[in-house]
Design a protein around this ligand. Structure first.
Ligand code: GUN
Length: 265
């Protein structure tokens, strides 16, 4: 079964749209892009489209790829102090001369709608969005064997805590996990969240018939977008790629922006 994420996202966006309609001053997101990455261009296009759909302002500031770290920091500082801007998002990846962690920590925690800053008022969009979606479909988390295949600061690590708070048994697998262990953990998993980013890499595994597969991976085969899992596994629920968790991440960004706006009032 494929999860009907599109209806969920549509419903939530309609709620946000109604809220924004009532606001005299509209929430304002600033996206800063310092790359010419194909994937980033496509993510940003999606974010701009979402903002326009719910009626919030979104500006894209595209900076020279050779900009220095200190120049970028002073631009961020300027917008941190600008009270017309409620949310700031610096699109990753950044060019080599810029330290991503320094930039993430430089965004005002009240405006860090990505949830990347250690002091951010917001949870990272992808993990938080996954939890809220699973809550929406009344997923029973308690005592479930959850396996996360990713250990990044923006997906895997925050998800560990969120799933522990839900009383799951949490296992984290990664690039150094042996194939044998991978097989073992995946066949006993009730909930698998994978964010590897290699096309259909999780093929040939046995999943439980009532497993829930959350596919965060996005890659391409012959130019066509695909996820980490093969499509149509015989499981209870599998999120599609495209049209799955990517939409959830974008929705959470909008929710965080509105929260940043409300907090500012
Ligand atoms: N690059 C890929 N995904 C993201 C995201 O969610 N936020 C930012 N800032 N950059 C990204």
């Amino acid at each position: 079964m494929l999860a009907d994420i599109k209806s969920y996202v549509f419903l939530k966006k309609e709620e946000l749209k109604k809220e924004v309609l009532k606001l005299e001053v509209k929430p304002h997101l600033l996206i800063i892009q310092v790359n010419d990455d194909v994937a980033s261009n496509s993510y940003i296009k999606g974010k701009i489209k979402d903002c326009s759909e719910i009626g919030v302002i979104c500006d894209l500031l595209k900076l020279d790829i050779n900009i220095s770290q200190s120049e970028l920091l002073s631009i961020i500082d300027k917008y941190n102090k600008d009270n017309k801007i409620h949310g700031i998002l610096v699109q990753m990846p950044l060019p080599k001369q810029i330290n991503e962690d320094v930039i993430k920590q430089s965004i005002d925690p009240k405006k860090d709608v990505d949830g990347f800053n250690k002091l951010s008022k917001f949870k990272p969009c992808t993990p938080y969005g996954i939890i809220k979606y699973l809550e929406f479909i009344n997923y029973e988390f308690k005592s479930k064997n959850a396996v996360i295949i990713n250990r990044s600061n923006i997906v895997g690590k925050p998800l560990i805590n969120l799933l522990l708070e839900k009383d799951c048994n949490v296992t984290v697998l990664h690039s150094k996990t042996t194939l044998e262990d991978m097989k073992y953990y995946l066949q006993h998993a009730d909930l698998i969240v994978s964010a590897i980013g290699k096309p259909h890499i999780l093929k040939g595994y046995n999943f439980k018939k009532d497993a829930v597969l959350i596919d965060v991976g996005i890659s391409r085969i012959d130019g066509k977008l695909c996820g980490d899992f093969e499509t149509n596994n015989d499981v209870k629920l599998q999120t599609p790629v495209p049209g799955g968790i990517g939409l959830i991440t974008r929705l959470t960004l909008l929710e965080n922006l509105l929260e940043a706006y409300r907090n500012e009032l």
